[in-house]
Design a binder for this molecule. Structure first.
Ligand SMILES: *[C@@H]1O[C@H](CO)[C@@H](O)[C@H](O)[C@H]1NC(C)=O
Ligand SMILES: *[C@@H]1O[C@H](CO)[C@@H](O)[C@H](O)[C@H]1NC(C)=O
Ligand SMILES: *[C@@H]1O[C@H](CO)[C@@H](O)[C@H](O)[C@H]1NC(C)=O
Length: 390
């Protein structure tokens, strides 16, 4: 997982045009630079991971993936990826080095962690009907921005501000997006983002975190690769990897995590991409889903927290409320969807709806649509937590 280092130079008198990430824009009061500092900011796999033969990874223990033909690249990127012959398993001398696995192997989070996660009781989060959130799953809270269009989505992407938060061992806080389809009891959902989840990972680090279900969180699904489902193809970037840098409140030093999920038009699999380069990490095969195999009816961006019922909720986003704006509040920028024709387009403010299931001193959502050429379509969300029950 790579993160963009966002370096914000306040420069009140500058006029003229800047070329920034391929986009040309006219700076107004502030000039923004997105510096790509891959070496120092990429996420890494560490001792928590084993390098496993790609064809022997846990995904293939899924009953519906017995004869699965592994897809090494998304079909929509195949030509480009195949020419980059060094892509899959860039030769690494050390099997378990920070740089990833040897060719033909992929990083899989260790069994000890896997078992811990599988039995984790709070891995469910009802998301189908917003008014039901806290009622259905006590202890969970959400602050989100949701699509309302009646169309089929084939993916989403966003740049998520990354902040370190202080949590208790039995709490978690995740920022990112959900892609969903189906009625509550059959809800198909993919959730992906950055998360601090001490009871899951055994530490307080910020990690790339995903969750899936195919039946409304009842019998199927889990976090990351902790049950058979997600097929890992990249030898270096993996679910559960540690994000090394966090933004600083009140400072101009900000880090964003770019994440994209896109359905392959030809195979129906849901690909996960990390970083600005859109590196394909792996996919959720269409076979593990029912409704999502045909596309998604809802994209939801935002945060989720969990604390045991009747205890105080942890911080979300940056831990500050949206009124503190981009300087201090957590935010998600560059909001894009993949539309019915598989085109990647910005969300349309007309069709986006903020939702929050707590009082506004706990968490909140602030959305104004387009926020200029750097943030583009973006919203502010989160807060300090506390007594969040209504
Ligand atoms: C990539 O390889 C394909 C054939 O496999 C070729 O047609 C195409 O021109 C190559 N593209 C580049 C950028 O080299
Ligand atoms: C959501 O739940 C509320 C309260 O139970 C209910 O009134 C409403 O109709 C539900 N909405 C949908 C879309 O199911
Ligand atoms: C966040 O804080 C924890 C300790 O609470 C630390 O272990 C971790 O490295 C920090 N992460 C970042 C990205 O600063």
């Amino acid at each position: 997982m790579k993160i963009i280092f966002l370096f914000l130079i306040v420069s009140f008198c500058v006029q003229g045009y800047e070329i920034d990430g391929g986009r040309i824009h006219k700076p107004k009061k502030q000039q923004f630079h997105r510096l790509h500092d891959h070496q120092s900011t990429q996420g890494s796999i560490d001792d928590d991971f084993d390098c496993v033969e790609i064809y022997k990874q846990p995904a293939f223990q899924h009953p519906l993936l017995k004869n699965h033909k592994i897809q090494l690249f998304p079909t929509f990127m195949r030509t480009r990826m195949q020419n980059r012959s060094s892509y899959l398993g860039k030769a690494n001398k050390d099997e378990n080095s920070m740089r990833g696995c040897r060719p033909g192997k992929v990083p899989i989070i260790k069994t000890t962690m896997r078992q811990k996660l599988k039995t984790h009781p709070s891995s469910r989060s009802e998301l189908d009907n917003f008014t039901q959130y806290s009622k259905s799953y006590p202890g969970h809270h959400f602050a989100t921005l949701d699509t309302t269009q009646d169309i089929t989505f084939h993916g989403a992407s966003a740049a998520i501000s990354t902040y370190n938060l202080s949590l208790h061992a039995n709490q978690y806080s995740i920022c990112g997006f959900w892609i969903q389809s189906g009625p509550p009891t059959e809800l198909n959902s993919i959730q992906v983002g950055t998360g601090i989840h001490p009871s899951l990972y055994g530490d307080h680090q910020i990690r790339l975190t995903a969750h899936w279900t195919a039946d409304g969180y009842h019998k199927t699904g889990c976090f990351n690769q902790l049950c058979p489902g997600f097929v890992q193809v990249h030898s270096q970037f993996s679910l559960g990897e540690v994000l090394k840098h966090s933004s600083v409140i009140g400072s101009e030093e900000k880090y964003l995590s770019d994440i994209k999920v896109k359905q392959d038009k030809f195979t129906g699999h849901w690909w996960l991409f990390g970083s600005l380069d859109h590196i394909p990490m792996g996919y959720w095969p269409k076979q593990i889903f029912t409704h999502l195999s045909k596309g998604s009816s809802l994209v939801r961006y935002g945060g989720e927290t969990f604390a045991p019922p009747n205890t105080i909720s942890p911080p979300m986003g940056s831990g500050r409320l949206p009124q503190e704006l981009f300087k201090n509040s957590g935010y998600i920028a560059d909001l894009m969807i993949v539309d019915s024709n598989y085109n990647e387009v910005e969300v349309n403010s007309k069709y986006m709806k903020p939702n929050c299931d707590t009082t506004s001193n706990c968490y909140d959502v602030l959305y104004h649509g387009y926020e200029g050429p750097f943030y583009r379509q973006a919203f502010l969300f989160g807060g300090p937590g506390g007594q969040c029950g209504i």
